[in-house]
Design a binder for this molecule. Structure first.
Ligand SMILES: [Zn+2]
Ligand SMILES: [Zn+2]
Length: 270
């Protein structure tokens, strides 16, 4: 499906990845700790600082400068020979590698797997499905007999497993939050913007199913809510995954792609 295909440019140009390791060793010496990013997870800022550091170092070392800017006069691949090959990026989103999927109460395996698959396919994340936890009593909202999503976020935020960068709670129960004047508004999902946690409910995905199966709706809700945690706001583009569903699964049915504005925000476009 077009929308779930990975972004066109998955890897940064090789010289950008290689520079931080070289620049840091030139500027700080082998025993210093990196102060900007790490060689295996370069950031734009790290690459810029590294270029500056190489320029400074160039004044002190003609050899280093030549190695940093390209092959030697003889055409030898000097950089490649001297700098250890960097690890490839762990996902399509800098700084985010692993997402944990946390079942809150019983959740069918098929739905847990659908969420994990959707996040891996679009964002390239490694995913980890955790052991089920009971829904926390403190999130129960008796007047409407459903769970308050913001309280579920608080619950989840403290349970980010070591080695994971985001946590996605998943429940089959209805969830709600306050929206404008409406005290308790039923929703498909809620996320920190940006942040580490989001929560999804399959309850509304199963309503009024027509052309798009409930599990496909759930995949799109997962992409949407995790997009919020990555800093993506709601998007006005008709059909974009980041369009505001307004609590209706029918809106999700037309969301089939991540638009260029959202892709640019993730750094996927030049
Ligand atoms: Zn949203
Ligand atoms: Zn968009």
């Amino acid at each position: 499906m077009r929308a779930m295909s990975p972004p066109g440019r998955l890897r940064r140009p090789r010289f950008l990845v290689a520079l931080p390791a070289l620049a840091l060793s030139l500027a700080c010496g082998p025993s210093s700790s990196p102060v900007v990013g790490t060689p295996d997870r370069p950031t734009g800022a790290a690459a810029e600082v590294s270029v500056a550091a190489v320029a400074d170092a160039a004044a002190a070392s003609g050899v280093a400068a030549e190695a940093a800017v390209g092959p030697s006069d003889a055409g030898e691949p000097a950089v490649e020979a001297e700098v250890e090959a960097p690890e490839p990026p762990c996902s399509h989103v800098p700084g985010v590698c692993c997402v944990a999927v946390q079942p809150l109460g019983p959740v069918p395996d098929e739905e847990l797997q659908a969420v994990a698959d959707a996040l891996r396919e679009l964002y390239g994340f490694e995913t980890r499905i955790l052991e089920q936890l009971d829904l926390p009593e403190e999130a129960w909202y008796e007047p409407r007999r459903r769970y308050r999503a913001e309280r579920l976020l608080d619950f989840l935020a403290g349970r980010l497993p070591e080695g994971c960068d985001r946590i996605v709670g998943l429940t089959v129960k209805d969830i709600s939050t306050t929206k404008g004047e409406i005290e308790d508004w039923g929703i498909l999902g809620l996320a920190e913007l940006p942040g580490t946690a989001c929560v999804l409910s399959t309850f509304r995905c199963r309503r009024r199913v027509r052309d798009v199966p409930a599990v496909e709706r759930l995949r799109r809700v997962a992409v949407h809510e995790v997009g919020h945690t990555l800093g993506l706001p709601h998007c006005p583009t008709y059909g974009c995954f980041m369009e505001d569903a307004g609590g209706k699964a029918e809106t999700i049915d037309r969301e089939t792609f991540l638009c260029d504005v959202c892709r640019e925000r993730l750094g996927w476009l030049e």
